[in-house]
Design a protein around this ligand. Structure first.
Ligand code: G1P
Length: 274
């Protein structure tokens, strides 16, 4: 039912300088796989086959990654190294990649808005922020869990997790009423509140399912936190006008937008997948 997944990937990744000076942060690898490929595989496992990527200047490596590299493929053909390309080949066989650029950094809401040319106004779509790397070794991936929930409720859904007080101001925070185990009906959402003003400790992480009416709501959203157009504000409006759910996902999320989270993810994957 949800075939398209949007990947906002225009940000500068300043926390990883100098590594991200000439290389997109989405291409930083956890072991041998770039972050964005983990996200694309999660979307594919959830049933998506159109990957819509919002890029920006200096992000050509992402486009090249999801394309054939003839010289390389020819060189390793028939050698044991071919196996290393197994996963990326599967992705390329099954999915179509589309791209557009966000040419000014005006916030996540604006980046998602730019995606309307790729995902259209007719169907719900998913959004993955690739620097939130999610795993669920005991079952369905996080986006698949959300797609299943969408089938039941047919409204926008955000993934949430409990965070310690000291981290509240780093996230979009929701307020809501639990309507079934781990599923909340959102009544309010605040982007990066101060701890003392936060309505809860339930933080949005980088997985969304959005119904296309979100585009008109983003269009009417004024710049919010840090002077940027925030998807949190548009979703808050959607929750007030209709219905938005927040889903406490099963699994684990690594904040690979921070060096600590990145190292944690690297250690986790080294231990569990090697
Ligand atoms: C974005 C969103 C925020 C969300 C977070 C999850 O913030 O604006 O609501 O909680 O992603 O990672 P960013 O981390 O891009 O500043």
């Amino acid at each position: 039912m949800i075939k398209k997944c949007l990947f906002p990937a225009a940000g500068y990744g300043t926390r990883f300088l100098p590594a991200t000076k000439a290389m997109p942060k989405e291409m930083l690898p956890i072991l041998t796989k770039p972050l964005i490929q983990y996200g694309v595989e999660e979307a594919m496992d959830a049933g998506c086959d159109i990957m819509a990527i919002i890029t920006g200047r200096g992000k050509r490596a992402i486009t090249d990654h999801f394309d054939i590299s003839y010289e390389l493929e020819q060189q390793i053909q028939g050698s044991p190294k071919e196996n290393l390309l197994k996963d990326i080949r599967k992705v390329m066989d099954k999915c179509t990649f589309t791209y557009t650029r966000q040419n000014e950094m005006k916030g996540l809401g604006d980046a998602i808005y730019k995606g309307n040319v790729l995902v259209g106004f007719q169907s719900p779509f998913a959004v993955i922020l690739a620097d939130d790397l999610c795993v669920n070794p005991n079952g369905d991936g996080i986006l698949k869990q959300m797609v299943d929930l969408y089938a039941k409720y047919k409204c926008s859904i955000v993934a949430i997790m409990e965070v310690p007080e000291c981290d509240i101001s780093k996230y979009g925070i929701i307020e809501g009423k639990e309507i079934e185990n781990g599923v909340y009906m959102v009544s309010n959402m605040v982007e990066k509140p101060e701890t003392k003003n936060a309505p809860s400790n339930l933080a949005v992480i980088g997985r969304y399912i959005l119904t296309p009416d979100i585009f008109n709501l983003i269009k009417d959203t004024k710049p919010g936190k840090n002077g940027e157009i925030q998807i949190t504000d548009a979703l808050c409006e959607q929750a007030k006008k209709g219905m938005v759910l927040a889903y406490k996902f099963k699994g684990r999320r690594f904040d690979c937008g921070s060096v600590d989270g990145f190292v944690e993810a690297t250690n986790y994957f080294y231990k569990n997948l090697k």
